[in-house]
Design a protein around this ligand. Structure first.
Ligand SMILES: Cc1ncc(COP(=O)(O)O)c(C=O)c1O
Length: 465
């Protein structure tokens, strides 16, 4: 007598599982194929969505296909679509299908990458992917790393390693450093007095003399400088700090150099980007976000640390109940490299993308994003009566101002475009100057997409406030 066991822990029949799975694959591919005809961003209001999908705790069964359709129709469209060809706001996330597939496989097998015995296959894959990224970004052999949820957590993880190595003390960043880094430092227990935010120069980069003076001043006052944070692509303008000089300064001063390349770092895989980002590889710790410019779906942030064992020195633990699953020599318990113990594997998607397409194609897709920004700049410059270029295309970002427009105007232009949803971009402020900002990381963006966006922005009224 065979013991008929259900395939699903909550009793869904195999035929229904297959039908739903195929339906979802079609749903996603239909979306990817037709996304340019959908909106780049859509915002819902809470009450109307609650009236469709909310209510009391569901108690009885409901048709799964209908439930899935409700999510497709009412929920997933209502967001910023970072993979849309006219999504130019903040930092896009132009995920490739191989990345999506890798995530699906990992979720389908409920993969975990934690202790060695608990997930040796996923651990090896993660170690391989980390080493591929190390090579692609020019870090030395022996560099180690971990994949976490994104740039914020990756930077936090690096800071913990830095403090474990150097102790706590004064940290230097500049006014273009992403705001999450200050939050990371205070969340890691640093007082605001120990965080120096230095004014940048006209290129939105560190002024080296200011940085040197700040370190000297702190030493003279009996404080202990421990870390310099450099930017490898600022979110505002794509600016890159003078990394070779900062690395030299950090070495002479015996400080930890952390480089935040969350959005810009992957551009080092291209010839042009490697020039822009020279010196990034000198970092003690470096962060990149594959969910930004390495074609991965959320979530995926990577921290690389050049000192073997530095992550473990910040995070290692060995509770009694995990001893029988921990690895030995040459085996890595990934839970000892960040705050996550139970952790999904984020390595399969990166592995599948690199294995399928190869680094040459990936680099070409990154270069395409930089070329699109250069074309956007040319379109802006071709209409000097309407636009003023503020910062030239750099690492896929270009900023410009509408003639006669003030900060409120720029914010209104963005709001109107976003309301319509055909395209979206950001407004920001660069050293007190209000600008519009296009971030063009998606190789699917066409000249017509850029042109249509600029035409729509030019047609809206401005009042000068
Ligand atoms: C330069 C930089 N650093 C850090 C972050 C934070 O990354 P995440 O949103 O993945 O946490 C961002 C996000 O845009 C960024 O652009």
């Amino acid at each position: 007598m065979t013991n008929q066991r259900d395939s699903d822990t909550l009793g869904m029949a195999e035929a229904e599982m297959r039908a739903l799975g195929h339906q979802m694959v079609d749903m996603v591919i239909d979306h990817l194929v037709g996304r340019a005809d959908e909106k780049a961003i859509e915002v819902t209001d809470r009450a109307s969505l609650e009236s469709v999908i909310g209510g009391p705790v569901p108690q009885g069964p409901f048709d799964a296909a209908d439930a899935l359709a409700m999510l497709r129709t009412h929920v997933v469209p209502k967001q910023q679509h970072g993979d849309h060809p006219r999504y130019f706001a903040r930092v896009p996330s132009p995920a490739a299908f191989t990345g999506i597939l890798g995530d699906w496989l990992g979720t389908g097998f409920n993969t975990i990458a934690t202790s060695w015995v608990g997930g040796s296959g996923t651990a090896v894959t993660e170690l391989i992917v980390i080493d591929w990224l190390r090579q692609a970004l020019g870090m030395p052999e022996g560099t180690q790393g971990i994949i976490v949820s994104g740039g914020s957590l990756a930077n936090f993880t690096a800071f913990a390693a830095a403090f474990a190595a150097k102790g706590r003390g004064v940290v230097y960043m500049n006014d273009q450093t992403h705001s999450s880094l200050k939050r990371n430092l205070t969340a890691a227990g640093l007082g605001l007095d120990d965080i120096r935010v230095l004014k940048t120069n006209a290129q939105q980069e560190y002024d080296l003399a200011t940085l040197k003076a700040a370190i000297a001043e702190d030493r003279a006052a009996g404080r202990k400088p421990v870390m310099i944070i450099g930017n490898a692509g600022t979110t505002n303008t794509g600016a890159v700090d003078p990394l070779p000089q900062i690395a030299d300064l950090a070495r002479r001063e015996d400080l930890w150099l952390h480089v935040d390349g969350a959005y810009g770092g992957p551009a080092a895989m291209t010839v042009q980007g490697a020039q822009d980002l020279a010196g990034m590889e000198l970092a003690d710790s470096l962060v990149i976000d594959p969910h930004k410019w390495l074609f991965q779906p959320y979530d995926c942030g990577v921290v690389l640390v050049r000192h073997p064992g530095a992550l473990e020195r910040a995070f290692a633990m060995s509770p009694e109940y995990l001893k029988d699953v921990m690895g030995g020599e040459d085996q890595v318990d990934l839970f000892n490299r960040s705050l996550e113990l139970s952790r999904k594997t984020r390595a399969l998607k990166l592995w599948l993308t690199f294995k399928t397409h190869g680094s040459v194609k990936i680099a070409a897709a990154i270069q395409a994003g930089m070329d699109i920004a250069a074309r956007a700049q040319a379109m802006v410059e071709a209409q000097p009566k309407t636009w003023e270029l503020v910062t030239a295309a750099k690492l896929g970002i270009v900023t410009f101002a509408r003639r006669g427009a003030g900060p409120k105007d720029h914010a209104r232009l963005v709001a109107q475009l976003t309301d319509d949803g055909w395209a979206t971009l950001s407004s920001t402020s660069i050293q007190g100057r209000s600008v519009l900002r296009l971030c063009t990381l998606n190789p699917l963006t066409s000249d017509a997409d850029l042109h249509g966006t600029l035409v729509r922005l030019a047609q809206m009224a401005v009042t000068g406030d």
